[in-house]
Ligand binder design. Structure first.
Ligand code: ADE
Ligand code: ZN
Length: 355
C-alpha cells in the first residue's frame, strides 16, 4: 500500500498557519479566553463592568489597555486558575502552529492581594505540563516585574525567585528569566538595576518591555543598565542609528508585536506603516509575536499572515523570520537545534503550492 502524502497548502496564509513557530512575547494573562474571564470572575465572586468582557477590549493607548489588562488579571484567585489559563493559552497557541513559547506572567498585582509566588509558578507549571502532554507544545516562563508597583517590589520578587530556584520549588525550572512590563511613562530603566542584577546573579535571563512608549535612549539603558538580552517591542529604536548599530552588532533581539502596536499602542494607522520591515532591513534580529492575543483578537498564524501581506513578504522571508525567533529564544543549545530543524524542514515540506 502506498502512503498518501499530505498535499501542500495552497495559500501563503494557510502555510503560515501550519509553519512551526516560536513565540517570545506573549502574556499569559493577555491570552485568557473571554469565556474563561467570565467563568473565573463568576467563580471568584468578582464583578466585571460588562457581561461580555470583549466589550471592554477597545484601546486608545497603552495606559488605556493596561486598565483592562489589570481587570482581567484580577479574576485569578488561586493556583488552579493559573493552571487553567496556562493550559488554555498553550493549546490555543498550538492550534495556530506555535511549537515553543516563552510566556510572560506578571504576578505583582496578585501577590499584593496575598497570592504566593511559589503557588502562581506551580499553577502555571501544571497548566503548561498538561498542554505539553496533549499537544507537544513546550512553554517556558518569564516573570515580569510590573513597573506600576515600582523597583522595591521588583527587587523583592527577584530575591524570591532566586530563593525558589535555590530551593528547587515546583515548576521553577520552567522560569527561564525575568523582564518588566506595564507602564513606561514616568519610569526610568535604571531604577530597576538592582532587581535585574539580583535575577542575573541568580542565573535568570533578562529581557525588558521598552520603546513602546519611550525613546531609543531608554531601550539602550535596558541593555547597559539592566543587562537585557532582548527588548520587548523596541518600536522607537530606528530613531537612533547608534542604538541600531549596537543591536545589529551584538545580535540583540527585539520581540516585535506589530498588530499589538496597532491595536494597543495605536502607534500606526495601519499595519503597512509599521516599522517592522525597516527594522529587518537595518539588520536587527526582529522577531514576530502577538503580545496579548485574547485581548486583541489575534493569534500567531494571523500575525504571520498579516505581516506577510502588509509588508510584501513571501514564504522564504517568513521562514527566515520564524528561524530568527528560534535564534533569539533561551532554550539550551540541543533543544534549540531541535526546534530549528523543525522550522528548517518545513521550508520545503510546507512550501505553499500557489499554482
Ligand atoms: N502587559 C501586557 N501587555 C503589555 C504591553 N503591550 N505593554 C506593556 N505591558 C503589557
Ligand atoms: Zn508585552
Amino acid at each position: 500500500m502506498t502512503a498518501t502524502l499530505p498535499s501542500r497548502p495552497t495559500t501563503l496564509a494557510g502555510a503560515l498557519e501550519l509553519l512551526p513557530k516560536v513565540e517570545l512575547h506573549c502574556h499569559v494573562e493577555g491570552a485568557i479566553r473571554p469565556t474563561t474571564v467570565m467563568e473565573l470572575a463568576a467563580k471568584n465572586g468578582i464583578a466585571l463592568p460588562a457581561d461580555d468582557p470583549t466589550e471592554l477590549y477597545r484601546y486608545e493607548s497603552l495606559n488605556g489597555f493596561l486598565e483592562v489588562f489589570f481587570l482581567v488579571q484580577g479574576v485569578l484567585a488561586d493556583q488552579g486558575d493559573w493552571a487553567r489559563i496556562a493550559y488554555e493559552a498553550a493549546v490555543d497557541g498550538a492550534a495556530h502552529g506555535m511549537v515553543y513559547r516563552e510566556s510572560f506572567f506578571t504576578p505583582a498585582r496578585l501577590m499584593a492581594k496575598g497570592q504566593g509566588l511559589g503557588a502562581i509558578i506551580a499553577g502555571l507549571d501544571e497548566g503548561c505540563a498538561a498542554a505539553e502532554a496533549e499537544t507537544g507544545v513546550v512553554v517556558n516562563l518569564i516573570c515580569d516585574f510590573d513597573r506600576e508597583f515600582g523597583p522595591e517590589v521588583a527587587l523583592a520578587t527577584a530575591e524570591e525567585l532566586v530563593a525558589l530556584k535555590r530551593a528547587g520549588a515546583p515548576g521553577i525550572e520552567r522560569v527561564l528569566g525575568v523582564g518588566y512590563d506595564s507602564i513606561e511613562i514616568g519610569q526610568e530603566p535604571g531604577w530597576y538595576a538592582a532587581a535585574f542584577r539580583t535575577a542575573g546573579a541568580g542565573g535568570l535571563r533578562r529581557t525588558a518591555h521598552q520603546g513602546e512608549n519611550s525613546g531609543p535612549d531608554a531601550i539602550l539603558a535596558c541593555v547597559d543598565l539592566l543587562g537585557a538580552e532582548r527588548i520587548d517591542h523596541g518600536m522607537s529604536i530606528l530613531e537612533d542609528p547608534d542604538v541600531v548599530s549596537r543591536f545589529v552588532d551584538d545580535r540583540i533581539a527585539l520581540t516585535v508585536c506589530p498588530n499589538s502596536n496597532i491595536r494597543i499602542a495605536n502607534a500606526f494607522p495601519e499595519l503597512a506603516q509599521h516599522v517592522y520591515p525597516a527594522m529587518r532591513e537595518a539588520g536587527i534580529l526582529a522577531t514576530l509575536n502577538t503580545d496579548d492575543p485574547a485581548l486583541t483578537d489575534l493569534d500567531l498564524g494571523y500575525e504571520y499572515a498579516s505581516a506577510a501581506e502588509a509588508f510584501g513578504y513571501g514564504w522564504d522571508e517568513m521562514v527566515d523570520i520564524a528561524l530568527d525567533g528560534v535564534e533569539a529564544c533561551w532554550l539550551e543549545d540541543a533543544d534549540k537545534a531541535g526546534v530549528r530543524a523543525r522550522v528548517a524542514d518545513a521550508r520545503e515540506a510546507l512550501r505553499p503550492d500557489l499554482g
